[in-house]
Design a protein around this ligand. Structure first.
Ligand SMILES: [Zn+2]
Ligand SMILES: [Zn+2]
Length: 262
């Protein structure tokens, strides 16, 4: 059996603090076989590691966390970014058109960015789209107080169940583990499509970590330019200051500018 975490953010997400190499190093230390890099509306971090990943004995699924009009959606096995802000069904259609599949992250709560149960059930009425939406994340460290509710509500839904760290800091990698038959990204996909992935609950000590490093502390560190990184020569993840201008999302900036001009 293999272990995957398909919900991880790199510094290409405005609110995350780990470089791609930092993530690979940590994921390999934890013992994952497969991870997905899923930045907010950005796919650059998912392409960097293709060659690097084998050095860390990992396979990386290219993905992203798309902001749809209805809530967040993890797009996996995609080569491009669906436009943000489209309705859920349109976004799924684009992901399916690219040969990808999707998972609903941290769903069924009142938080902004979470898909509702009605939206997810609506997808079941669309023959083409239910083959694209394949999973529901039933453990997510960042929305942990809602997880029991998600597990109950999704018990009878015909989707694979996953656990995601939603890691925005490197040591959160390992708090979301999804077990699957096989070791490769292809086998992970097959398990997800068959609905047979096994989500692992996080452990007691993981819950403590969340409170030690809350959102405000993380954002402060990020604004100061601190990044957790593993260099090619050193075998540890260390935190250092980096120029993060290259991570700015050009497309988002451009859109903002156009809006101002209108
Ligand atoms: Zn999210
Ligand atoms: Zn996320």
């Amino acid at each position: 059996m293999g272990m995957a975490d398909i919900h991880i953010h790199t510094i290409y997400s405005h609110d995350a603090t780990t470089s791609v190499r930092g993530i690979l190093k940590q994921a390999s230390s934890v013992g994952f076989n497969v991870i997905a890099i899923t930045d907010h509306d950005d796919i650059r971090g998912a392409f960097d590691p293709r060659e690097l990943a084998s050095q860390y004995r990992l396979e990386v699924i290219p993905g992203e966390e798309v902001t749809t009009k209805d809530g967040h959606l993890l797009a996996l096995f995609v080569e491009d970014i669906p436009q943000r802000g489209l309705p859920l069904d349109e976004t799924l259609k684009i992901i399916g058109g690219m040969g990808g599949i999707a998972v609903a992250p941290h769903p069924f709560n009142q938080l902004p960015g979470s898909l509702s149960m009605d939206q997810v059930i609506h997808i079941l009425t669309k023959r083409a789209l239910k083959n694209v939406l394949r999973g529901i994340e039933v453990y997510n460290m960042t929305t942990q107080p809602f997880d029991e509710r998600v597990q109950r509500l999704s018990a009878y839904l015909p989707f694979s169940k996953t656990a995601g760290s939603d890691a925005h800091v490197y040591w959160a990698i390992g708090t979301g583990k999804t077990e699957f038959r096989g070791k490769t990204a292809k086998e992970f996909r097959s398990a997800l499509e068959q609905g047979i992935t096994i989500p692992h609950p996080y452990e007691e000590q993981d819950l403590m970590r969340k409170y030690i490093f809350n959102w405000l502390r993380r954002i402060t560190m990020r604004r100061l330019g601190y990044v957790s990184h593993a260099s090619a020569t050193e075998d540890v993840v260390s935190t250092q200051r980096m120029d993060l201008r290259f991570t700015k999302n050009q497309r988002a900036k451009l859109k903002k500018k156009n809006l101002h001009n209108e």
